[in-house]
Design a protein around this ligand. Structure first.
Ligand SMILES: *Cc1c(COP(=O)(O)O)cnc(C)c1O
Length: 367
């Protein structure tokens, strides 16, 4: 078996917290792997997990938190339960595009607008009619292109919604960015990115307005209709046997972590240092994939360069430093790499990463 890298910068599934080894043992010994999901012990765990999520992620008290199996499942739930007519999708990469595709497969009237990866679109000119649109859909952090929409943009869209609801894919920022939950109606993400956990659990966060809208629409035709999920969650239960282990691990990780107020500025600072380094030094010609600083993600850093350099850097980082870099995605697969700046990736990994680039750069100068 090949040796495992010391650190992984894969943007998902991503680095997990080392404490997970202990939490997994605890879960086994405390009997969570066979705990009944309608019993009092489980509902107390859910209550604790939701309290931790509110406290550590700053989720408002009046917002409802639901468990799903993934972010992908959320795409389908939103089309089924909150989109009787159509949604409008603004996107610049593969995840936003997939959301649009899944929504359109169920509701053919859905519309979308693709924007350039270096653009910050003008919220005033988005082509949707608020009276005829159920849901406006944004990908706050587009993992595939390493771009991010800032608070001010989301707020501007929120202020132009009229009766439409605002839904936000925050899969690779939930737990890494201070999201302003009150400025949208639906937020969702999965735990294998900024929450440092194994895959298999998603979170959906709903405003009171979104819960009320789901009730008016009245979808009950799916096992994970929002209405059924919300009424089960009133008793801290789920519609089906959930990922109890995942919920247990999430509650342990959230409890041990600092609040997002501490975590987010730290990630922002690490991101800024890396962007500055690649902009100024450009080791082997590698530079930020996103040229516009206003469009750059703080949790996923994209770099671009010639395919041969990308290949060599990935191979040598792994072989010589035990560092697993994330590959490019979609259109940028061969000409970019991605570095996850997630909370479970320690500062030591970033120090090793810069040392690696300094080493390959000094050899290049000698040649
Ligand atoms: C990873 C990711 C998804 C998909 O998450 P799953 O848990 O695999 O469903 C969706 N959107 C974004 C922005 C992502 O980064």
């Amino acid at each position: 078996m090949a040796t495992l890298p010391t650190y992984t910068f894969n943007p998902g599934p991503a680095a997990v917290y080392p404490e997970l080894r202990q939490y997994l043992t605890d879960a086994f010994e405390e009997g969570w792997l066979s705990a009944p999901h309608r019993g009092e012990r489980f509902t107390a765990l859910v209550r604790h997990c939701l309290d931790q999520a509110r406290a550590k992620l700053n989720i408002p008290q009046d917002y409802t938190i639901l468990f799903t199996s993934s972010a992908t499942e959320c795409w389908e739930i939103l089309a089924q339960s909150l989109t009787p007519r159509r949604s409008f999708h603004l996107y610049n990469g593969a995840f936003g595009q997939k959301w649009f595709d899944y929504a359109r497969a169920l509701r053919p009237g859905c519309t979308g607008l693709r924007f350039d990866i270096n653009d910050v679109p003008d919220p005033a000119t988005l082509p949707f009619n608020p009276e005829e649109t159920d849901l406006v859909c944004l990908t706050q952090n587009e993992t595939s292109t390493a771009t991010q929409l800032r608070d001010s943009f989301v707020l501007n869209v929120f202020n132009r919604l009229g009766p439409a609801l605002l839904a936000i894919d925050a899969t690779s920022s939930l737990g890494g960015v201070q999201l302003k939950f009150i400025k949208a109606d639906v937020w969702y993400g999965s735990v294998q990115k900024c929450l440092g956990l194994p895959a298999g659990l998603g979170l959906m966060v709903l405003s009171p307005r979104a819960v009320a809208r789901a009730r008016e629409i009245g979808d009950k035709a799916h096992y994970n209709s929002i209405n059924s999920m919300v009424s089960n969650m009133l008793n801290h239960q789920t519609t089906h046997t959930p990922n109890v282990l995942g919920i247990y691990l999430l509650s342990r990780v959230l409890q041990a972590r600092e609040g997002i107020k501490v975590i987010a500025p730290h990630l922002q600072e690490r991101a800024q240092k890396l962007y500055d380094y690649f902009e100024q030094v450009q080791p082997l010609g590698l530079r930020p994939l996103i040229e516009n600083p206003e469009a750059r993600s703080t949790t996923v850093i994209g770099l671009q360069g010639p395919p041969a350099v990308i290949d060599e850097v990935k191979r040598r980082a792994r072989d010589e430093f035990g560092l697993q870099l994330g590959s490019g995605y979609g259109d940028w697969k061969t000409t970019s790499l991605r570095i996850a700046n997630f909370p479970a990736v320690p500062d030591a990994a970033f120090e090793a990463l810069v040392q690696f680039f300094e080493k390959v750069r000094s050899e290049e100068v000698v040649k």
